[in-house]
Every structure is written in structure tokens, then in C-alpha cells.
Design a protein around this ligand. Structure first.
Ligand code: NAP
Length: 246
């Protein structure tokens, strides 16, 4: 039997891995290797980049991969773009497993930004206390507004100096809940939240907490990825796998 390649790094990828393993379907789980201790998976796991489009296309051929499921984070645009081109080149069917984007509801005070730079620009000029809930990448761009105090929530303690002068680092791994996020924001006197529109439940608590505390949220929209079939549930992916196997 030849395996399915599951590109991971999300709760959705872990849920699919569990179902694939439970159904005894041959699959390989792939992590980028960004966190020191990634969540262990019930599937054979590989870690690290493939070496761009060519490297991935080569991997698909060498490992005789039959299908690729891209369940990376909606902001992992480079990996998703590479997957589209490599699958095209290798003639391997690809689908994305992606959660829908969050939508603002009643009581939300969202300011939409179309990029990280847009989010930096949307922050005020006067010193503020910002919950920068965007992970460890892209922090350097916020150095353009060094007057703010930034609360960072990271999976691993930073190994090098942070590129921002005023920070507090909270080490935690999701999923998070509303009570915990409300308490965190109150404890740190947060005035603004910056978030990537990741969608899903695991990271949504901060948005509910911000609504309840009447705080503005600068919401960064998702990056563009080339067109591919996008599925929204484990069941849909399983149906796609059996359909395309025919
Ligand atoms: N971006 C976020 O906000 C975010 C948030 C939570 C989790 N994540 C997860 O963290 C990982 C990295 O995200 P990113 O934004 O740095 O990605 P990215 O910018 O789209 O990818 C950069 C490079 O990292 C490698 N890579 C990314 N995902 C990979 C995977 N699942 N397996 C093997 N190689 C992978 C690829 O290297 P090669 O070109 O060498 O193949 C890719 O070109 C992803 O798996 C993503 O699901 C990202």
C-alpha cells in the first residue's frame, strides 16, 4: 500500500490523523519542525521542509504518495502554494482541509487588516498594551511601533532576544478558554488585540474575551493561496480520499 501525505501543524490535521490511523489507512504526517515538542501523532511522522516545490515533487515520487492533504495553518501560505505546484508537477491529487475564517459578530470591535504591515499601521500612535496573538513569526515588523507594550503567547520560550523592546512572554499551548483569556488580558491591562484570522475553536477564546472586555481586535485577513479543492471536515476529506482513489 502506498501512503497519503498529511501536511500538518493544526488541530484539524491531528483530528484527521486520528481518523486515518483508526481506519488503518497508510499515511505519513509531516511537521515543519517549528516547535520543540510537536504534538505526537498516531501516524508515522516526518519533520522538516521538503526543499521547495522541486523537493516536494521529488518526495511525492520517491515515496509513491497517492494523495496529499494540506491541513497546514491558513497562514502557512508558502507550504500551501508549494503543495499546489508540486502536486501538479507530480500528478498527485491534492485537497486542503481548512477551517472557515472567523466572522465578526454583534459586539465585536474588529479593525480589518490585509497584512501584518496593515496590522502594524492599524495600531495607535499613543502607547498601548497589545496582546499580539500571532505566534513567533512576524514579530519584527511590530518594531515599527516600539512605543507599545506587547504581550506574546508562545509555545516555546524564545531562544534569542526578541525584536521588540517592551514585551511580556506567556508560554502556553492551546486550546484556550474564554475565562483564561479574559483573566490574562485583565492581568496585563490589555487595550488592543492583534490576531490572524485562523478560524476554528482552539484560538477563538481571545476574540470572545475581547468582545466581553470591549477591546478592539485588529484582525489580519488570510493570505492568498492558488486554487485547490478546500474541504471543511474529516468526513469530507475521508470521502474525497475514497472518491479519488477510484
Ligand atoms: N503561520 C502560522 O501562523 C502558523 C500558526 C500555527 C501553526 N502553523 C504551522 O507551522 C508550520 C509552519 O508554518 P509557516 O507559516 O512557517 O509555513 P510557510 O511559511 O508556509 O512554510 C515555510 C516552509 O516551511 C516548510 N513547511 C511548512 N509547513 C510544513 C509541513 N507541514 N511539513 C513540512 N514542511 C513544512 C516548507 O519548507 P520547504 O519549502 O523546504 O518544503 C515551507 O516552504 C506549518 O506546518 C503550519 O501549519 C503556522
Amino acid at each position: 500500500m502506498t501512503p497519503i501525505l498529511l501536511l500538518g501543524g493544526t488541530t484539524e490535521a491531528s483530528a484527521l490523523a486520528k481518523t486515518l490511523a483508526g481506519a488503518a489507512i497508510d499515511a505519513v504526517f509531516s511537521y515543519a519542525g517549528r516547535t520543540a515538542k510537536p504534538v505526537s501523532q498516531p501516524l508515522p511522522t516526518r519533520v522538516g521542509g521538503f526543499g521547495g516545490v522541486e523537493g516536494l515533487a521529488e518526495y511525492l515520487k520517491t515515496e509513491s504518495i497517492t494523495h496529499v492533504v494540506d491541513a497546514t495553518h491558513p497562514f502557512a501560505a508558502q507550504m500551501s502554494t508549494n503543495a499546489v505546484h508540486a502536486c501538479e508537477a507530480a500528478g498527485v491529487p491534492l485537497c486542503a482541509f481548512e477551517r472557515p475564517a472567523w466572522q465578526a459578530g454583534e459586539g465585536d470591535q474588529w479593525v480589518h487588516a490585509d497584512s501584518i504591515e496593515g496590522a502594524v499601521n492599524a495600531l495607535p500612535e499613543a502607547p498601548a498594551r497589545v496582546f499580539l496573538a500571532i505566534g513567533k513569526q512576524n514579530l519584527a515588523q511590530f518594531a515599527a511601533k516600539p512605543q507599545h507594550h506587547y504581550l506574546l503567547r508562545l509555545v516555546d520560550a524564545p531562544k534569542a532576544d526578541l525584536p521588540l523592546p517592551r514585551t511580556t512572554v506567556e508560554i502556553a499551548r492551546g486550546p484556550f478558554d474564554v475565562a483564561g483569556d479574559t483573566a490574562l488580558m485583565q492581568r496585563h491591562g490589555i487595550t488592543h488585540v492583534v490576531a490572524k484570522n485562523a478560524g476554528g475553536i482552539g484560538a477563538a477564546a481571545k476574540l470572545t474575551a475581547a468582545r466581553e472586555l470591549s477591546l478592539p481586535v485588529i484582525m489580519i485577513g488570510r493570505p492568498e493561496v492558488p486554487e485547490r479543492p478546500v474541504l471543511g471536515s474529516v468526513a469530507e476529506v475521508m470521502a474525497w480520499l475514497s472518491h479519488t482513489a477510484d
